[in-house]
Design a protein around this ligand. Structure first.
Ligand SMILES: Nc1ncnc2c1ncn2[C@@H]1O[C@H](COP(=O)(O)OP(=O)(O)O)[C@@H](O)[C@H]1O
Ligand SMILES: [Mg+2]
Length: 302
């Protein structure tokens, strides 16, 4: 954790100096996040594309019934990066995240158009089975949601239903490896038969991460994974994210800008369903290109 904090001290200093540099701004009337954005202001600032994309999203639109929630978003998600998605409440962060493993399919009135590929595979293609897709692109939710089963069975569930293991020895190995990668093994190895719901909130969230890891994902989506956790449990998850990115690609939604600065290499700023800016995290927080990005990160609305 110390290492992560040191690595990101410059970024955090950047946020703080930007905030400090504009004291007079705070006396202005705050912008309303529901204020209309002009057409030309909606063009994405920065470069949303990368040289080594794991996922590519092009011209993605999402509607709930007639109501648009995501407007023509194009972005790449690079291999072994942590991409943070930030923006005011209701701007479409969760909606966009759910496009990436077709979780929006579970919402009747939700309609997704555009093109999203995982390693050149069209994930909205007719022949795509969403069950293995959601193993390849796993998800961790805001509130830890272990199954009402033992710690062992929580992690065993995915490998069993996906037929990833031939026998109990292999299953035991997958469970141990997944719990080690999720940074939970030492805390639970002597009580694997006890209920997952009996763990602390932070441990439950790491159990959910172990459950996602157990089915061999390529991408892990996290929707405000620390918002229900205390600061110590949050720091442990942030440290874990830094380790996981060596093996996986991670997209994290967070309303905590310090967290985005600490854990991510690139940040995407959403506003009323538009992707207004995307770029290197240090740049976006210290020298944003879009006025609305600056207004948001300096606290003029949110
Ligand atoms: N299940 C749903 N049904 C209808 N509208 C929804 C649903 N989920 C989200 N929305 C709407 O889509 C917009 C974006 O919401 P969401 O993706 O949850 O934003 P965020 O995660 O950035 O807070 C909001 O206007 C919200 O009311
Ligand atoms: Mg959300």
């Amino acid at each position: 954790m110390i290492q992560i904090l040191q690595n990101n001290t410059a970024q955090l200093a950047g946020i703080n100096s930007l905030v400090a540099a504009q004291p007079e701004e705070t006396s202005q009337a705050p912008l309303s996040s529901s204020e209309m954005v002009n057409r030309e202001e909606r063009i994405t600032a920065g470069n949303p594309f990368t040289d080594n994309p794991r996922m590519t999203c092009r011209n993605v639109n999402v509607y709930y019934g007639d109501k648009p929630a995501i407007n023509d978003v194009s972005i790449d998600i690079a291999e072994h990066e942590v991409l943070a998605m930030i923006g005011p409440s209701g701007c479409g962060k969760s909606t966009f995240l759910r496009c990436l493993n077709r979780m929006n399919d579970t919402i009747d009135i939700c309609r997704v158009t555009g093109d999203i590929k995982l390693d050149n595979m069209d994930i909205y293609g007719k022949d795509i089975d969403v069950v293995p897709l959601r193993a390849q692109v796993g998800m961790v939710f805001q509130k830890p949601n272990p199954f009402p089963k033992s710690i062992y069975d929580n992690v065993a569930y995915g490998p069993k239903i996906h037929g990833l293991v031939a026998n109990k020895t292999e299953l035991d190995q997958v469970i141990e490896n997944s719990l080690i990668k999720a940074g939970l093994w030492n805390e639970v190895k002597d009580r694997l038969d006890q209920p997952g719901t009996g763990l602390s909130g932070g441990q439950q969230q790491r159990l959910c991460i172990a459950r996602a890891i157990a089915v061999g994902p390529e991408v892990i989506l996290m929707d405000e994974p620390c918002s229900a956790l205390d600061p110590i449990a949050t720091a442990i998850i942030e440290e874990l994210i830094a380790e996981l990115k060596e093996q996986f690609t991670i997209v994290i939604v967070t309303h905590n800008m310090q967290q985005a600065a600490r854990v991510s290499q690139r940040t995407a700023y959403f506003h009323l369903g538009d992707l207004l800016e995307v770029g290197r995290t240090d740049k976006l927080f210290t020298a944003p290109s879009h006025q609305l990005t600056e207004d948001y990160i300096t606290g003029r609305f949110g």
